[in-house]
Design a protein around this ligand. Structure first.
Ligand code: NDP
Ligand code: GDR
Length: 350
């Protein structure tokens, strides 16, 4: 029997090699989707996250760079997707200060290219756009919702805001079923190692295991509304099952500082942490030995930061029947344990 006859729907995921791409692919496969995973060409196959979830062989891989509009149109024409999840792009806020033009090309115009391609080739395709809490940035209120004003504080946030408005415009102008998930930070054992949570859990695991000696961090007082990526990809899917497309804040409704994350992660891996000094001179010591294991490094401070914000997820709760399942404490524990295991087994880091 033709296998395609048994699929419920066909979805293209851009950014399949990233954290969210992997968890979303797993979810869609469980729902019996045909999953087309799009990733840019690289000299080595970049599939460790898909392999980690044991799904690399279940995905049809296509080469796609969101910088190339013809590439996008061709894939949509060939595949005829029911749904497209637009996750591909330069996702590091820190890097966007160093590469603002590239970030805008990929994030802003990349999204516009996708909207154009869908509108021209297959306008009944449902689109999920990966918007971001970075579009809020500075806010008069700590709690922000879909109706709050936008005031991004990074080139990445500015680029995402362009993409966010482009989605709204294509929905209104051409009646596309295009939704933006305004997602707050979401993490997992598959998170990129340069994001602060995973940097903390990988480095502490190596310190405990006698590898790396020091964890260098930026501002410990910065705070984020952190959730688990596995919960958040479920919200993406729910958005595309709605009759009417709309935008949704996806968040945990709690905020924690980087310091709180480090302290909890240290506890989970068995480090008794003690702080000494202040500001740039503050250090983290292993209480038992007095050895310095954490230092502050100005390179990880950013020219501007968003305010400490909390996402109001009530619209998602009411319309998508979605809420996060994994708490902050469970998330830190999950990540710290996973990295400790990798360090002990001498696994390759990814
Ligand atoms: P990752 O950085 O883990 O993954 C990004 C993906 O985009 C990778 O597959 C990467 O490919 C791909 N990519 C980068 N540049 C291009 C390009 N030019 N063409 C095609 N693909 C490209 O990010 P996440 O999975 O965490 O995030 C997914 C999306 O959600 C991103 O758009 C991000 O900005 C957004 N987002 C993420 C949040 C989070 O907390 N995780 C919160 C809010 C929004 P490669 O492997 O080759 O680098
Ligand atoms: P963010 O995530 O910028 O919120 O973007 P990141 O983990 O990089 O930073 C979170 C906060 O931690 C502070 N920080 C450090 N950050 C990093 N990366 N490294 C450090 O050493 C360090 N020390 C302190 C940062 O200054 C910041 O305040 C993520 C990405 O996934 C985006 O794609 C997404 O849109 C947003 O979350 C919502």
């Amino acid at each position: 029997m033709d296998k395609s006859m048994t699929f419920r729907k066909t979805a293209i995921i851009t950014g399949i090699t990233g954290q969210d791409g992997a968890y979303l692919a797993q979810l869609l496969l469980e729902k019996n989707y045909r999953v087309i995973g799009a990733s840019r060409r690289s000299s080595t196959l970049n599939l460790p996250r898909l392999a980690h979830l044991n799904i690399a062989g279940d995905i049809e891989l296509r080469t796609l760079d969101v910088l190339d509009a013809t590439n996008l149109s061709r894939i949509i024409e060939e595949v005829g997707p029911d749904e497209i999840y637009n996750l591909g792009g330069q996702s590091s806020v820190q890097t966007s200060f160093e590469q603002p033009l590239y970030t805008s090309e990929v994030v802003s115009l990349g999204t516009l290219r996708l909207l154009e391609a869908v509108n021209l080739v297959k306008p009944d395709t449902r689109i999920y756009n990966a918007s971001s809490s970075e579009i809020f940035g500075h806010s008069e209120t700590t709690m922000v919702s879909e109706d709050s004003p936008f005031y991004p504080r990074s080139p990445y946030g500015v680029a995402k805001l362009y993409a966010h408005w482009a989605v709204i415009n294509y929905r209104e102008a051409y009646d596309l079923h295009a939704s933006s998930g305004i997602l707050f930070n979401h993490e997992s054992p598959l998170r990129g190692m340069d994001f602060v949570t995973r940097k903390i859990t990988t480095t502490l695991a190596q310190i405990v295991n006698g590898g790396q000696q020091m964890l260098h961090l930026g501002n410990l007082e910065n705070a984020r509304d952190w959730g688990f990526a596995g919960d958040y990809v479920d919200a993406m899917w729910r958005m595309l099952q709605q009759d009417v497309a709309s935008d949704y804040v996806i968040a945990s409704r709690q905020t924690h500082t980087v310091r709180a994350f480090v302290e909890l992660a240290a506890k989970v891996v068995g480090i008794d942490l003690e702080w000494q000094g202040e500001g740039a001179d503050e250090v983290g010591l292993e209480a038992k030995t007095g050895r310095q294991i954490i230092g502050i490094d100005g390179r990880f401070y950013r020219p501007s930061e968003p305010d400490p914000l909390i996402g109001d997820n009530r619209k998602a709760q009411a319309e998508l029947h979605w809420q996060p399942k994994v708490s902050f404490e469970q998330l830190v524990e999950m990540m710290a344990h996973a990295d400790l295991e990798r360090a002990r087994d001498g696994q390759v880091w990814y």
